[in-house]
Design a protein around this ligand. Sequence first.
Ligand SMILES: [Zn+2]
Length: 495
Amino acid sequence: MFGTAFRQLRYSTAILRNRRIRPADLERIARDLIETLAEFGEPGEDSVLLPGQSGAVDPAVRRTVTTRSLRATARAAARSTPYYRQVFESLALAPDTLTPETWRQVPVTPKSALRGLPAAFVSAASAPSLMALTTGTSGTPTTVWYSRAEVEIMVALSTVSAVLGMGLRPRHAVAYAGCSRATLPLLNVVESVTRIGAAFVQLGTVEPAVALDRLATPLGLRGKAPQITHLTVSASYLSALVEEAEQYGWQAGDFGLESVGVGGEVLSEPLRRRAEEVFGARVTSSYMMTETVPSGGTPCDAGHLHHTTEFGHLEVLDPETYEPTPPGEVGVIVQTPYVPYRECTLLLRYDTGDLVRLPETPPECALAHMPATSPILGRWSGPVSRTVTTRSLLDLLEAEREVPLPARYALEERPGGPPLLHVLTRRGSAAGSPGKAGLLGRLEDRATAAGLALGAVVLHDDPAGLPPVNPVRADLREHTFEPARPAAAPLGSPA
Ligand SMILES: [Zn+2]
């Protein structure tokens, strides 16, 4: 155990002094944690090990570390990738002179550049081994190449955060309901969960009735919880599960779930509440994206999203001018993932397209030492997406039981006026009926109260009348040969 203690101490010291953590140390720490779990059942008093839990550091020290990390990343990108070699040469920029203050001289990298030519961002000094594709619900998928070493780092970090952050133990069983083709997150979760000794179940994005059935089925394994305890899911597929559970009378007592982790899409507050009610589990959402892992964001009790500083450099910029976003305003996350945690696809000032609001005043919460933003508000797709955000629309719609989940809606932009919001409601609620009039009135009142600049709300109970809607991850449905559900009628349907 001496080696373990020593490495943990070194890692803690590195975080406290905000020095860089060596990737090899991360892997050893993850291994040590598992050994400690196996021997003592608990990881011990090591919360400082959790990335981001290190406490405040001297701003001067932080600045030095940031400068060093930015320069090392810029140097690697300019030397080894065709895209940045050209950028640095054409601007006569020298990576070794950059500071956090002059970092803005490096042009922002738009998503379209990576999407157009992913190989131009791959370092000649690395060995690409795994191609990850984003789901591309908002357009063409983006390709990101990873090396084997990067995958090892991600697995190590995810093991550490599963043990210390999620409290995952060998008695737990984790189900993953993300798309089965999403190799990188799948590999990551299978490896970290099974290394810890917990059980792993791949559900996939199957028919919701089939997924609920699997979640409720007793495992009957010695030494394991009676049913699946943890679920990892996208927000829209969670909404499909909530819809199925509410319509067919599933209740919290049917499941053994303790925790539901949501990622990849905006989790609205009403959906979180409905999911907690129906599953009887804590529902949380964190932020991680394929292009910028292992940088990511963790929510705090004060409602912020706090971003790690160990693995990348965060900027929040105006999506049109790329000027820094002032406090209280909405901008896009622009991220620079650092070497050596990333070594294959190198990205400098990558425009993620993810919109956040900056806090009006400096946070005073437990994670105040980490940069804070609002939770993700949505994806930038033009000026309207900044004022009428995906989050504000989901907060509005997912609170209404007459709107089937996943909520289907479309914003119709009109020249010179605020957009119209088209919403799909449950079938059978014909126009003008009291129920529908009630829903329309409620939506209008709540939109006004929330300060949403909408021209009008238009209800549809026939999908054919709805303008084209944006696809969601729940639409990446995987087929099974199982009957979706026993011949049962939904609650409240005529016998
Ligand atoms: Zn906070």
